[in-house]
Design a protein around this ligand. Sequence first.
Ligand SMILES: [Mg+2]
Length: 163
Amino acid sequence: MSIFLPNYFFNKIWDITEEDLKKIGARLLILDVDNTLTEHKQIFLHPKAEEWLSMVKNSTQIQLVIMSNTNNLKIKKIAEEKAIPYLGNAHKPLSSGFKMVLNKFDVQKSSAAIIGDQIYTDILGGNLFGITTILVTPIKLENTFFFKLKRKLEVPFLKQIKK
Ligand SMILES: [Mg+2]
């Protein structure tokens, strides 16, 4: 398996049903923020993402953790608003943040999963560390040249997943 390929692929995070979560079987879900739960540069949760978070909290025993490579008031605000623990400056795709989170919640790698929209940080990081990886498409594509280039680079992998 390529380290760039996720174990699961959903369109948006809110397309992951309670049934899907059972099948995936993770006790700990690590959540990316930008473009997974919020639109890029938006400080509010997407309403559907907010609903999804409530569903997971109310209907499952799954522990949620927010893990972002940025560390700003937005992450803090969102995490505190939804009473979800968070780790900023996570340095995905490096393993240090993943290790810290799993240790904190005393969860084995086989019981943890990451959900994110970026292959080179969320998916690569999760695969290198050895947890289940779940790719979602960005809530809204970014417009800067850098992000456009990154998206282009991701296309060959996305094509492979769809096959
Ligand atoms: Mg993201």
